[in-house]
Design a protein around this ligand. Structure first.
Ligand code: NAD
Length: 331
């Protein structure tokens, strides 16, 4: 039996994460979920969004499945996600984006993965008020850039991918993005079979919308990776489908790319697919590869069949009903 820390999260978190837990249990994987509370619910109960016991639980279990957590905009507590990633040194955020057969879409044949540096950049939390405004420091180090580049090239090699594209703004951020690009080029020397190119982030956004099928592995610093992830999610049908794995040397947190979606919370209309697939990634990580594959096949089959879909994908099923259909398809 494996212990896994479970955080339901805020907004649609309870709904979509309950689906993920139900589906995981239905695969027969022997997992003991250790439930912890983070986010708004934790503020109400414990007076803080990320109690130490949550971090202790993840450090002990070395793996967590996490729902989306609300972060107040422009005030209030620091993002739980950013704090967790930093505290646990989960330096690689891995976000695969693939078109689903059967889903009405503007694009075909997208199969890319975004590797986002997760611990520094504009998310390093170095922010202060200055006279007449405020200032944020964008921290880019050689060490963290080399570490994330190595992760990207290793993944490319493991998954037989052919090309890594580094995203940057080195024409403007001449120092920080030079550090990043130099590190990527240095690491690339050990991976001669993989093509490396780079793109300025604004041009990358246009190219991704026009020719997404041309890209393979996108390697980016923290903020650019975050923005491009949502853009790419939109290319394949929206945030209901994409997962983000936060990987470190000593552990990992698996989650959806989407947030707590307060606009649809409590209505049983959220698409639980991203959280269910995050569950599959988590199962794979802890050695339940067969169970993970069962889930991925069930989702692919269901989407391909096209009869039972949630609203965001053009269907009319609610969260609970869709979850039932996924479970029926597990073989
Ligand atoms: P969001 O991802 O919550 O929602 C963006 C849009 O996508 C909304 O219209 C929403 O209804 C839709 N959407 C999202 N998930 C969906 C799903 N599963 N099914 C169907 N539609 C879905 O982004 P936001 O509104 O910018 O952020 C809301 C809150 O979530 C903020 O507090 C933000 O900080 C937080 N957030 C948390 C995480 C995380 O915990 N990993 C990630 C992103 C945002």
């Amino acid at each position: 039996m494996k212990n896994v820390t479970l955080i339901y999260g805020d907004g649609i978190g309870k709904e979509v994460m309950s689906s993920a837990v139900e589906v995981i249990k239905a695969t027969g994987a022997d997992i003991n979920f250790e439930e912890e509370i983070a986010g708004l619910e934790a503020v109400e109960k414990y007076g803080e969004p990320l109690p130490k016991k949550v971090i202790d639980s993840i450090k002990k279990n070395k793996v967590a499945l996490k729902g989306p957590v609300t972060t107040p905009v422009g005030k209030g507590f620091r993002s739980v996600n950013v704090t967790l990633r930093k505290e646990l040194n989960l330096y690689a955020n891995v976000r695969p984006v693939k078109t689903y057969e059967g889903l009405k879409n503007r694009y075909e044949d997208i199969d890319l993965v975004i590797i986002r540096e997760n611990t520094e950049g504009l998310y390093a939390g170095i922010e202060k008020e200055i006279e007449g405004g405020a200032e944020t420091t964008r921290l880019i180090t050689k060490e963290a850039s080399k570490r994330i580049a190595k992760y990207a090239f290793e993944l490319a090699r493991r998954e037989s991918r052919k090309m890594v594209t580094a995203l940057h703004k080195a024409n403007i951020c001449k120092l920080t993005d030079r550090v990043f690009l130099d590190a990527v080029n240095e690491v690339h020397k050990d991976y001669p079979e993989i093509e490396l190119n780079d793109l300025i982030i604004d041009a990358a956004c246009m190219n991704l919308v026009m020719y997404p099928e041309k890209y393979d592995v996108l390697l980016a610093t923290n903020l650019f990776g975050d923005i491009v992830s949502d853009l790419c999610a939109g290319l394949i049908g929206g945030l209901g489908l994409t997962t983000g794995s936060n990987i470190g040397k000593d552990g990992a947190i698996f989650e959806a790319v989407h947030g707590s979606a307060p606009d649809i919370a409590g209505k049983d209309i959220a698409n639980p697919t991203a959280c269910i697939l995050a569950g599959a990634k988590m199962l794979n990580y802890i050695g339940y590869e067969k169970e993970a594959k069962k889930i991925e096949n069930a989702i692919e089959g269901l989407i391909k069949e096209g009869k039972y879909l949630t609203k965001d994908l053009g269907g009319n099923l609610g969260t609970k009903e869709f979850t039932k259909r996924v479970i029926e398809r597990l073989q």
